[in-house]
Design a protein around this ligand. Structure first.
Ligand SMILES: Nc1ncnc2c1ncn2[C@@H]1O[C@H](COP(=O)(O)OP(=O)(O)OP(=O)(O)O)[C@@H](O)[C@H]1O
Ligand SMILES: [Mg+2]
Ligand SMILES: [Zn+2]
Length: 259
């Protein structure tokens, strides 16, 4: 008796015709004992599915790591319960704003595919911050998207702070943090007139997001022309590309009402 057959290893693999319920006939091989190879098409499907799962797990880990760092996406405490559902509609214009927010969130995959940014402009207390937070919360909690809510001043300050010699963060890291999230919401655009250096920072961030097709929501009390001159023509043009939309909030303030 030779050693190979004692172990059950066949010197030459045995073959037989086998059938897969899904993929039909295939040739099965047996190298050892009575262990037959399975359908190669099924095996390929399984390993592709495993690769997809691994990829999804890695993406989820990156998202969680990011979320751990920024907490509730920078959304101010008092806005954390401002949802799309809790936005009260009394006029047609408000209904349109709500409809925009709702479909922006619900079609966020399309928004990402095109990098479609949007601009909410109008008078105080009309719900620009409320609806933008509502969009952020929905895509964050339902679709596990990464969202960062900030104000123009905070975003600019974060980058400027890296210019000091003792800064732990580099300028490019600060900009990368603003470019990373799937959705960046920049509130209070135009609150303080931007210096050239500030414009340049916003330009860098928006330009990089534009290059990577990452959408940005900008909120402002300025008119459209005001936003244009605040951001500068170059940035503004990038926002308008890929069908960026402007939603005008021009009704009386909701502030001071009973919540
Ligand atoms: N239609 C609405 N339904 C329910 N709550 C609303 C509505 N509009 C505004 N609010 C609430 O009123 C307050 C003011 O709204 P918000 O801060 O979103 O206004 P804004 O347009 O961002 O104002 P500003 O330009 O001054 O920043 C918030 O507490 C918000 O939740
Ligand atoms: Mg606001
Ligand atoms: Zn098969």
């Amino acid at each position: 008796m030779n050693a190979i057959s004692e172990l059950g290893i066949h010197a030459k693999p045995k073959t037989k015709q086998a059938n897969c319920a899904k993929h039909g006939a295939f040739e099965a091989k047996c190298f050892i004992g009575s262990i037959w190879s399975k359908c190669p098409a099924c095996e390929a499907e399984r390993s592709a599915a495993e690769a997809r799962e691994r990829e999804a797990r890695e993406r989820e880990a990156r998202r969680q790591e990011w979320q751990r760092k920024v907490g509730e996406a920078g959304i101010p405490e008092r806005f954390r319960n401002r949802t799309i559902e809790s936005y009260v509609v009394e006029t047609e214009a408000q209904a349109k704003a709500l409809q925009f927010a709702s479909s922006y969130a619900d079609r966020f995959d399309d928004v990402l595919a095109t990098g479609r940014s949007a601009l909410f402009i109008g008078s105080p207390g009309t719900g620009k911050t409320h609806l933008s937070v509502g969009i952020g919360l929905r895509i964050m909690h339902r679709d596990n998207r990464t969202v960062l809510f900030t104000t123009a001043l905070r975003a600019i300050r974060r980058v400027k702070d890296t210019w000091g010699r003792s800064s732990a963060e580099s300028e490019s890291e600060a900009i990368a943090a603003l470019v990373f999230p799937d959705l960046l919401i920049i509130d209070e655009v135009g609150v303080q007139f931007g210096s050239e250096a500030e414009k340049l920072i916003l330009f860098d961030v928006l330009n990089e997001r534009y290059a990577q097709r990452r959408p940005t929501l900008l909120l402002s009390n300025l008119t459209l022309d005001g936003v244009k001159s605040y951001l500068g023509e170059r940035v503004f043009d990038r926002l308008r590309e890929d069908g960026g939309e402007v939603v005008v909030f021009d009704w009386p303030s909701y502030r001071g009402r009973k919540p």
